[in-house]
Structure formats: structure tokens, C-alpha cells
Design a protein around this ligand. Sequence first.
Ligand code: FAD
Length: 467
Amino acid sequence: MSIPPCDVLVVGTGAAGLTAALIAADRGASVLMLTKGHAPDSSSWHAQGGIAGAIGDDDTAALHAVDTERAGRDLCRPSAVRILVEEGPARVRELITLGVPFDPELSLEGGHSRRRVSSVEGAATGWAVTSLLGRRALRSERIATIEATAVLSLLVVDGRCIGVLTPEGPVTARATILAMGGAAALWARTTNPAGQIGDAVAIAVTAGAAVADMEFMQFHPTVLEGSRLLLTEALRGEGATLLDSSGERFVDELAPRDEVARALVRKGRAFLDLRSIDRSRFPGLMAEIEKSGFDPAVQPIPVSPAAHYTIGGIVTDLHGRTDIGGLYAAGECAATGVHGANRLASNSLLECLVFGRRAALAALDEPPLPASLRDVVPEEPAPPERIAPESLREQVWCDAGVVRDPADLTELAASPDPVASLVARFALARAESRGVHYRIDAPVPDPAFEGHFVLRPGRGLALEHWT
Ligand SMILES: Cc1cc2nc3c(=O)[nH]c(=O)nc-3n(C[C@H](O)[C@H](O)[C@H](O)COP(=O)(O)OP(=O)(O)OC[C@H]3O[C@@H](n4cnc5c(N)ncnc54)[C@H](O)[C@@H]3O)c2cc1C
């Protein structure tokens, strides 16, 4: 099968990809969306608690910025935060106009000083948003979607990205937007769908793009033991408490995620007590918990941390542009610096809406491809599809988990998997503890590391200061 060229090629059909595709198509571009799975294989589909955005009467963008920067531990890129919080409310209101059935009350989540999270049925936000955007994409005459087709590498000619290679052959485009999500499924314990193993970083590094912040994997503290089922932070915002094996509280439930996750690891076993929660606020999630064999009205639920959100990724400017001409990245696979060393809860769906839109608008300015490049025959064969066997995922969980030991990281750095190895190399370079990255040999932040580690082609890892 040969796939015809398009104006804008979007890889990934989560919130960032759908946002970018709809914006580009609305402005007259022909768009092709490619995904290696199907709609439910994105993290966006599973997102629960909601979308942050200062739309409440007692809230402002400035307050949202303060909370975002406090969570990010002196590492958020101020210009990116400003864009997120200032453009965010308009993006949330657009979803309201499109008909996303947000709950009447805003939710409170850890690290937020105000109720500012818009949710659907308490914990069905991701599904509600992506299915609505997905239906709009399906109805658009300018958007074609091909599922179950993995992108294996980027096509770069004379420094310009002209498309991608898939098992079906090359696909060329004026602009390529990677919206391929994160890498958390590279860890054995994860909340992410199985395919989210960091393919975007793997193909971008191979093609010569810069990557940053790969040491920062956010672990979600409350994931049902032995499963991928996340018990949203909004439950703790509504009063759910964390108990140890003796039934005693041991941590401020609304502290930032990294603090709560480490407190859980120190305790060994912990339980989320949902007995005081109004079940009608979270109907779908309560049903899922019951399906897993627990009755939230009767017993506290065993929980433990799991890899959840990839802060690092492909370096972009504030318009999604990467170091490679014609190549853009948005959403979880991009590193804009907006989250610093720790992402504030519910800022990531917002990131997809804000930066997905910006990437699409910038991509529309790319010049058309010369005819000679539209039907290019790649010089190299496509590499095989990347996979993450259980043994690799176990190793990443053990060597680069919530609490990190440099001896384990040194072993992981030798991994043949490019993303696992990058995580370890970045985590070794950051010889301090900051936000989600915790080293047992250097347990406090060190002002010498106030910057973003960046790997640029032909250079070693270097600390950069982003404004
Ligand atoms: C259980 C859960 C709950 C969450 N809850 C919240 C929340 O309440 N609020 C919030 O803000 N955030 C939440 N998050 C985080 C948030 O959902 C994600 O950060 C965000 O949805 C990422 O969107 P994305 O579009 O960047 O990537 P994704 O939605 O993950 O989409 C990635 C896409 O890329 C495709 N892809 C990947 N590799 C390839 C390849 N090689 N070839 C082709 N296609 C590929 C995938 O198939 C998928 O379509 C949650 C995440 C999870 C897992």
C-alpha cells in the first residue's frame, strides 16, 4: 500500500495529536493521522481527574502559574508556564462550547491552591475529551486516519524532515508533528497503555533531534496494587485518606506527587480509604474498583506508585519546533520545560491542548515539499518496530524507580534499549534529588543543577538554562 503525501502528518491520536490535526484541517491543510494502535491505546483516552485551567471566579492565571512553578521545583521554563496558564482557560472553554459534559463543580487536586480542574464524571475526562475530538476528526473531510501502523523512523533529507517510515512504506508531508506520548510503559509498574514506551524519543534521537529532562519520570502514588488502575488524585481532593497497615495516616494526601510517592515507598504498603467519598461523583471509577474485587464502601484499597508521566522528551520551542526543520513535537513526547522537575496534576491534558494547537499553527507555515521529495525512496531500510520485553521493563523499574541508586543506574545505562539507556544517563548526570528524581546518594537539591540536561547531537549531556 502506498500512502499519498499530505500537508501535515500527525503521529499519534491522543489529545495532542487530535488537537493539532483539527486545527491544521480547520485552516485548510490536508492532514494524515497515524497511530500504532487504536483510540483506547493512548494515555489521553485513560486520563481521569481532568484538565487544569484558571476558570473559577476565585482563580487567575497568575495563581495557576505559581502552583505550577512550585510543583516544578525551580526548573519550570517561565515563558512556557506563562503560555500554558494564559492560553489554558480559552482552550478549556472551547471544549465546553464543543459539548464536553464537564461536571458543574471544579475539582481540587494535589499542589493546586484553588479548585481549578474540569472533569467529567469525576474520572472519565480523557475518554470524554478524546472521543469527542476523535468524532470531529472522523467527520472532517480533510483528515484521514490510519490505525495499527507504527512509525519506525523519520525521513530527513538535507536537515529537513519530510515525513516518516512505516511498515507500509514512506509517508511524506510538508510538516510532521510527533504527538506520540510518553515512555512510562517502559517501567514494569505503570499507568500507561502498553505501547507508550518512548518511541518518539527513540526515533527523534536517531534522526539528530535534541532531547532533554529524561531523568524526570513522574510516579503516580495511588495505583491499585497489581494493576494499571489509577485512583485519581481528585479522590484525595474530595477527602480520601492514605493509611498504613495499622490504619494510621502518614502523609499529607495533597502534597505534590513525588512526596506522596516516596512516603508510600518508605511505608512499604499503603491503602487508600475511600469510605467517605460520594460514590456518585466517580461512578465509572468506583465500578472499575469493584470489578477488581474491592468494595470501596467497606475496605481501604491497597495502592502503590507506578510510572505515570514522562516529563522529558524532544526539545521544542514554544511553537513545537524541534531542532530538525519541518519536525514538530507536542504533548507528552515534547520537552518544553513547562513542568520543571515535577508536573502539577492535570496540567498535561492542558499542555496537549495549548501546545498541540501552537505546533499546528506553526507547522502550517512550512513551505511545500519539492516534487522530487514527495515520492522519495529511502536509502536505508526501516528498522524493526521497537518492543519492550518484560525483562527490560522489570530492569527499568528496579534501576530507575522512585528511589534511585547510582550503581543501578550505571548498569541500566548499558542497556541496548535507547530510551532506557538515556533515562539512566540523564539520571546519573543529575547527582542531586529534585522533584520526581530522587537519588539515595544525594537526597537534597543542589543549586548547581538548576537547569535542564540536554543531549544534542555530537555533544555530551550539558546543563542549559531556559527562560
Ligand atoms: C491512567 C492515566 C490517567 C491520567 N490522568 C490525567 C488527568 O486526569 N489529567 C491530565 O492532565 N493528565 C492525565 N494523565 C496524563 C495525560 O493523559 C497524558 O499526559 C496525555 O494524555 C498525553 O497525551 P498525548 O497526546 O501527548 O499522548 P497519548 O495520549 O499517549 O497519545 C500517544 C499516541 O501516539 C501513538 N504512538 C506512540 N508510538 C507510536 C509509534 N511508534 N507509531 C505510531 N503511533 C505511535 C499512540 O498509539 C497514541 O495514539 C493521565 C495518564 C494516564 C495514563
